[in-house]
Design a binder for this molecule. Structure first.
Ligand code: SF4
Length: 295
């Protein structure tokens, strides 16, 4: 039976939130540095990347949020058999409220009916926590902070799309993704990272898209067809010329990550989860001994 110290785990979760809010992962920082090097000397794009990198360094040094919008807190939690989801949810809530007190997080949970901010980042559906049971003997918490601006340009298509000439195949998928990034035109704080969910129903498709954003920038899709499409989209989307924050340039997209689900014969959804350059995600593994490791 997996056991843990509740007080210790709450503090470890608080540290996970601090890291996510203030310390951009190395693979993301490396891709931003590479993008800057790829832009022309003296260009607006290169200067924007310089400012973004300064901001990232400052946030890391001072343990302050990378962006004023600390986003929706999205957790993907893997648990061994017998671990209570209810108790882990309570600990995540406790750590979240404390993170607001410490100014790692902004109070971002607003009651959609009354318009009142809960003040502690907790509310119906906030944070968003998705649990999955696995056969390993430790708990893994993956946390992503997703800003509102980039969530606003995330979207979902239903194939076929006659206007775009997009049929129910991977070519159709390609066409709607190009359309979405073109429509965003830098809104959502480009350069973006795209999480794509192909298939499923309207809900599962969006979840599949967001889950893709937990992948590392440098990994390769296990499905060769999707790996090829990811590379093609990365190359072609960066020819759109939108550039960082819409200033023009060679970098509109930092990465494309795709996954697929089975679908009903009658439906073919393509969900696009657009993540901004402030691509904040970290993970934490906790063993029953209490030993913890962060990534
Ligand atoms: S979209 Fe991202 S970078 Fe832009 S304001 Fe929101 S969190 Fe910040």
């Amino acid at each position: 039976m997996f056991q843990y110290d509740e007080g210790a785990l709450k503090n470890q979760l608080l540290e996970l939130v601090r890291r996510a809010a203030t310390d951009l992962p190395d693979d993301v920082v490396d891709s931003i540095k590479a993008a800057r090097e790829n832009e022309d000397e003296g260009s607006a794009a290169r200067s924007v990347f310089g400012m973004i990198l300064k901001n990232i360094d400052l946030a890391r040094e001072e343990s302050t949020p990378i962006c004023q919008d600390t986003g929706t807190n999205i957790y993907l939690v893997h648990i061994p058999e017998g671990v209570s989801m209810r108790k882990l949810t309570a600990l995540i809530h406790e750590a979240t409220a404390e993170a607001v007190d410490k100014s790692y997080l902004r109070p971002n949970a607003v009651d959609s009916i009354s318009g009142k901010n809960s003040g502690n980042n907790i509310g119906e559906g906030q944070p968003f926590i998705h649990f999955e049971e696995w056969d390993k003997d430790y708990i893994e918490f993956k946390l992503m902070l997703k800003g509102g601006g980039c969530e606003n340009v995330s979207t979902q298509y239903k194939l076929p799309d006659v206007g775009l000439g997009a049929g129910r195949d991977l070519d159709g998928v390609y066409k709607v993704i190009v359309d979405a990034v073109n429509a965003a035109q830098g809104l959502g704080c480009a350069p973006g990272i795209l999480g794509i969910g192909i298939g499923g129903d309207r809900t599962s498709s969006h979840l599949a898209a967001k889950s893709q954003l937990f992948r590392k920038m440098t990994d390769t899709n296990e499905n060769p067809e999707l790996a090829e499409l990811e590379s093609k989209l990365y190359a072609d989307l960066n020819k759109l010329g939108v550039g960082p924050m819409g200033f023009g340039g060679k970098t509109t997209i930092l990465g494309v990550k795709m996954g697929s689900l089975h679908r009903l014969p009658a439906s073919f959804f393509v969900s696009i989860s657009y993540m901004c350059w402030a691509y904040r995600r970290h993970s934490m593994s906790v063993k029953t001994s209490g030993e913890v490791s962060y990534d």
